[in-house]
Design a protein around this ligand. Structure first.
Ligand code: ZN
Length: 281
């Protein structure tokens, strides 16, 4: 099942066609994208019975919003790929390094990104969407609490992030539009190997990052076990799982985003974000 937020309304992307959940279910389900998590199992069953014959208009990429626009909590993980820790010249973490992206930074897959300084960087990431509340869940049971995945960009203003010591991650990664997500929330059952997703990022058409989630230092189940040992994870919460090597701030020479460049971020089996960088007013 591919769930999308199309013009603010929850629906299915059925082979590129938009199936409005409220309209096509005769109001059994709500049009609010956040309502997907209170009816998750029923929606999945219903979605399995939909066919192209019922499909509505073409999905308009310009109308796509964040598939999970108002999560209660957004967790993110720093240094969760070995090559990224190495390129940053930092030791491999022994426990997950957890910070937050404040939810107001979330935007859709094709939103413009106003640059807050001359040191804004890209980070393509797999984003886990929680489907069932998770409190003190073991890694062995963790997948039962996952609704699915979406693509995320953990856009980062390195000036803010490294403005003092110790660095502060959350503010520099939460500016307006610093959390593009989408294009769809793809349910876990769609992935034959949910722990083996290929992710890539291009900036201005140049391939900058390419890896697979097999290279995560802390796997999705390990992250859920760790975070849920302290916090309660709620349906709709997001976990940005970390970025692989290839970010701009540790390149030689360093490279940052400039207005007019597009960041393309892709995960096979989910789709692509395409975000144009613009000058901030
Ligand atoms: Zn990140």
């Amino acid at each position: 099942m591919r769930l999308v937020n199309h013009d603010g309304r929850l629906g299915l992307d059925l082979a590129g066609r938009f199936v409005d959940l409220e309209l096509h279910s005769e109001k059994r389900f709500s049009s609010d994208p956040m309502s997907a998590f209170s009816d998750w199992d029923a929606i999945r069953t219903w979605a399995g019975g939909q066919s192209l014959g019922d499909a509505g208009p073409l999905v308009d990429p310009a109308k796509l919003g964040s598939p999970v626009p108002r999560p209660t909590q957004v967790f993110a993980i720093g240094l969760n790929y070995r090559d990224h820790a190495e390129e940053a010249n930092l030791p491999i973490p022994e426990t997950p390094m957890v910070f937050t992206k404040f939810p107001t930074c979330l935007v859709g897959p094709n939103a413009e990104v106003p640059l807050t300084s001359d040191r804004v960087d890209w980070e393509v990431e797999q984003v886990v969407v929680i489907g069932r509340e998770a409190a003190r869940v073991s890694a062995a049971r963790a997948w039962d609490h996952v609704a699915g995945f979406t693509v995320g960009q953990d856009i980062s203003d390195r000036r803010v992030q490294f403005a003092g010591k110790p660095p502060q991650f959350s503010l520099g990664k939460s500016a307006t539009a610093f959390g593009p997500t989408g294009p769809a929330l793809v349910s876990l059952d769609e992935f034959p190997h949910p722990d083996r997703l290929v992710l890539r990022c291009w900036v201005g058409g140049e391939l900058m990052q390419e890896s697979t989630t097999e290279n995560l230092i802390f796997s999705v189940p390990e992250l859920i076990e760790y975070i849920s040992s302290y916090c309660v994870l709620l349906p709709g919460d997001l976990i940005f799982t970390g970025t692989p090597g290839g970010v701009g701030s540790v390149r030689n020479p360093r490279r940052y985003l400039v207005a007019g460049e597009t960041i393309d971020s892709e995960i096979e089996g989910i789709g692509r974000l395409s975000n144009l960088c613009v000058t901030r007013d």
